[in-house]
Design a protein around this ligand. Structure first.
Ligand SMILES: Cc1ncc(COP(=O)(O)O)c(C=O)c1O
Length: 376
């Protein structure tokens, strides 16, 4: 029998469900969805399970820009997104009376697209590209072209503008109130780096000792796995084929690289073992945290669960019979990205700087003023 297919009770701590719940009336949906549910998976592992994690990033950024007078109500915010940031930005714009324009990749599905349109966001869907790199470059070029035509648009630059780290302070405060004091290991997948970076910085500034464990797919330039290919992993919304200024490499203690099948094993395992339906990056983080926690018993581990499983239903969950058994999976420990090998590698990153190919040099990160030379 597969692990977790039996019928034993699975709560690790005392049963709090008998106590009456305290409900809050929220003034806007963003206040409700921004806050994750904290779920104990084991004695040493707590999952922060978001409906959509980017609400902290988008709300924090929009509030900060409004406060500093960088944008004014009625203005249009534009950005390119392949997933959950688009919706979070549209919701933040809805809340603060701003307009929203999204340059979307083909991974923005019909459900997301319909929500964006009904929210009043305008959407430019880019044609499918042969690779993630072409897709990301095409979208950035399109934004630059738009800005040349509409200088009143504000480019959010979620990949580069540190303003996207700010909202995660609120998340850090929530964790400080909810988790016992003491050292913490934060385990999360890295896309723009704003969630893991913003959270770790805020928690460390508050005096907590935090070990930060980042997760990457194979095929991402961010931590040096670009020479591999794992096309299915792209759907997780993590990693990148272009350098991101928002990834602060020096914040990460450990990096894990996992392939699609391992992320899938973690996601299916999370549902099977803990009844939590979450996306691929959460699956990767869950598998990673289980391994990390087994090596460091007694230390609390926090898993970031960025989204629900709905977007991955066909590619992951309906294929559950093919999922690997997490109990049999182990990473290969490496000393340098040169030794990287699929399907799962781990390295003590120890605050190293960005690899050469992931550095954003002056003039490389998009500037708010469109540079005509880069137009096709
Ligand atoms: C599903 C999912 N998980 C994780 C991440 C990583 O978040 P961040 O961009 O804050 O690094 C993203 C980013 O888009 C995502 O879409």
């Amino acid at each position: 029998m597969r692990a977790g297919a039996d019928a034993r009770p699975r709560t690790a701590g005392p049963d709090a469900s008998a106590r009456p719940a305290v409900a809050t009336v929220h003034e806007h949906i963003t206040d409700a969805v921004k806050t994750p549910d904290l779920i104990r998976l084991t004695g040493d592992i707590v999952l922060a399970r978001f409906e959509t994690m980017k609400v902290y990033a988008a709300l924090g950024a929009v509030r900060s820009l409004l406060r500093r007078g960088r944008v004014v109500p009625g203005q249009t915010l534009v950005d390119s997104s392949s997933g959950i940031y688009a919706l979070a930005l549209a919701m933040a714009c809805h809340r603060y009376g701003l307009r929203c324009h999204i340059v979307a990749s083909t991974t923005v599905d019909a459900t997301m697209r319909a929500q964006l349109e009904i929210l009043g966001a305008t959407v430019d869907a880019m044609p499918p590209s042969q690779s993630l790199r072409l897709d990301q470059e095409l979208r950035v070029r399109h934004v630059r072209r738009l800005l040349a035509e509409r200088p009143d648009f504000h480019w959010m630059r979620q990949y580069h503008d540190q303003v996207h780290h700010e909202g995660y302070r609120e998340f850090a405060e929530l964790l400080t109130a909810a988790l016992p004091r003491g050292p913490l290991t934060v385990v999360g997948a890295v896309g723009t780096g704003a969630s893991t970076g913003g959270l770790a910085r805020a928690l460390r500034e508050s005096g907590r000792s935090v070990r930060l464990v980042g997760i990457q797919p194979f095929g991402s330039v961010t931590f040096g796995s670009e020479r591999f290919e794992d096309p299915e992993a792209i759907i997780a919304g993590i990693g990148s084929s272009i350098p991101f200024g928002n990834v602060r490499h020096e914040l990460y203690d450990t990096v894990h690289w996992l392939d699609f099948r391992h992320a899938m094993a973690g996601a299916v395992g999370l549902l099977r073992e803990h009844a939590v339906f979450a996306g691929l990056s959460t699956g990767a983080a869950h598998l990673t945290a289980s391994w990390e926690a087994a090596r460091d018993p007694g230390r609390l581990h926090l898993v970031l669960g960025a989204d629900t499983g709905h977007r991955y239903a066909e590619r992951v969950f309906t294929r559950h019979a093919e999922a690997l058994d997490p109990a049999g999976l182990r990473p290969r420990t490496i000393a340098s990205p040169a030794d990287l090998r699929p399907p799962w590698s781990v390295m003590e990153w120890a605050g190293r700087a960005a690899p050469e190919a992931a550095r954003t040099v002056e003039g490389d990160a998009p500037s708010p003023v469109p540079t005509v030379e880069l137009l096709p």
